[in-house]
Design a protein around this ligand. Sequence first.
Ligand code: GDP
Length: 641
Amino acid sequence: MLDFFTIFSKGGLVLWCFQGVRGPAVTAPVNALIRSVLLQERGGNNSFTHEALTLKYKLDNQFELVFVVGFQKILTLTYVDKLIDDVHKEFRDKYRNEFQQKGALGLLNGTFDFKDDFMRLLRDAEESSKVRAPTVMKTFEQSLKSQKTVKCMIETRGEKPKEKVKNKKNKGSKKDGTEAVAVPSKASAADKQLSAAGDKEELTKDEILQKNREEFFRRHMKAGEKSRSPKPDAQKEKGKKPRVWDLGNSNAKVLDYSNSATNGSAEACPVEEFDPDMALGDKNREPGRLYDLEYESDDEAEEEKVVQNPSKPSVKKGGLGGMFGMLKGLVGSKSLTRDDMDPVLEKMKDHLIAKNVAAEIAVQLCESVAKKLEGKVMGTFTTVTSTVKQALQEALVQILQPQRRVDVLRDVMDAQRHRRPYVVTFCGVNGVGKSTNLAKISFWLIENGFSVLIAACDTFRAGAVEQLRTHTRRLNALHPPESHGGRTMVQLYEKGYGKDAAGIAMEAISYARNQGFDVVLVDTAGRMQDNAPLMTALAKLIAVNAPDLVLFVGEALVGNEAVDQLVKFNKALADHSMAQTPRLIDGIVLTKFDTIDDKVGAAISMTYITSKPIVFVGTGQTYCDLRSLNAKAVVAALMKA
Ligand code: GDP
């Protein structure tokens, strides 16, 4: 039944491997697990799917070992968890001395003759699952229902059925707090087992199953309700807000677009319309450079510093209380247990949620850190808090660092060599800053010497084309053809409103190819992630035009909502695409980063959920307010107390 079972060290040394009869090559799925889960700090749930296989794994942090079992995902193997635990225990106990005395050398030179033990454990596990397996269907007479009288099944008005009353009680007790999505604690698991054992005396297996199923649905419904958390005030007002530009003014002339019905032509911008200095923002910057996000991390975590420096013990309080207080946190040469970590993790989870990380993701992150640390031997003079914090910090940096780096300038040059324009599509809901950030990216590309054609494919929202036209004029005024050897650096391609966006994008791309533009930036209409017809249209636009880069534009202001948008956009692109391998989102533009202070959690949520990189960060309303993501800066902001 199993395809394979392998044991390897975290350093990558395969110690032992069992391969089933039908088993495919072990390497590809295990490599995928290492790349996508273990290295990406997504180890929250111990299970991973790769093509037709399900992989389950367990980490031994004390000896730095990984145990992985692979089986066909269509199978429901109930014994796998037990098997992996048993193998872990037996393997570790059998070779404990080898690991302890010889360390890494023990792994290199060790001979791990484990086949017989493994086969025995596998047999035992299979047997134990069979013992419990088929339940004989009971007759009606045997069921509890047959013993009920008709009378007791009638519900009288005003009298609530017992089951419902019980549910209500449960709801009340869980009312506040986010525990609904939290990982069940050991205590609660034990409670459940106990109560299940108690129930067994009266209930049959089928009824227990039914009860559990109901419980499961109830919990999921609750979790679903909770994840739809109330939106922040800023989000309440959906739709387009009137935009007030720092660099603009509100006189009627500026707002009058009636005489500007150009079609794809670039016009010089009247000088009185905007102040170029204000449009540019920072005057001291290096033109064309995409600066990293900056963040000043403050010197917090003083308690950790004190403990890490054993020469200066903090025995300020004096007396035994202070002394014990200090020693309490020290776990020198002791291996970390779940109980040690739980209080710290709980605090970390709340901290992450307070920083706008989506609740479910905060739970998974903490779970992943716990799995990584459990059993690990801590150094002397290290607190549990600092160990957990450091592991979490590393995990967060890892998550923010993309598996695939997007280097737009390099890719544009590559497209140039192939004599074709590099095409970027922007998508997202309304008002998140698609057009504004598209203009900023145009500006950055122009400063790097690339010409840009902006394709106005938002043919839906009134004013969308005019908004892009204004940007085009301003960009042209900042970079007139005279300063680029007579070359028009930015132009708008538009066909007005109500037309098919996919068609306009296609025309724009071929126009750009003929006119020698380096980049085409396709603006699309804002749409809600749940709007099926509009999502189909977007999938079509992407499928037909095959852009080099599909960027999802999302606001940093939102937590759970941003994750919902991103997941649904990706899913809709997959669902509505006609292609066999649908084209999904390649990267993220995180906007309005300047408005969130240190509540930077959306950055973590978005990258965690999609594994896609944040390519650009919008940090304001001028053309220079564009940054690249600096993972360390974001994590510093996130960890700040
Ligand atoms: P679209 O509907 O997605 O195209 O959104 P717009 O580009 O029209 O932007 C909506 C509003 O957000 C405008 O008022 C922009 O000036 C503002 N905006 C866009 N990006 C940023 C940003 O990075 N920081 C701030 N503070 N505001 C931004």
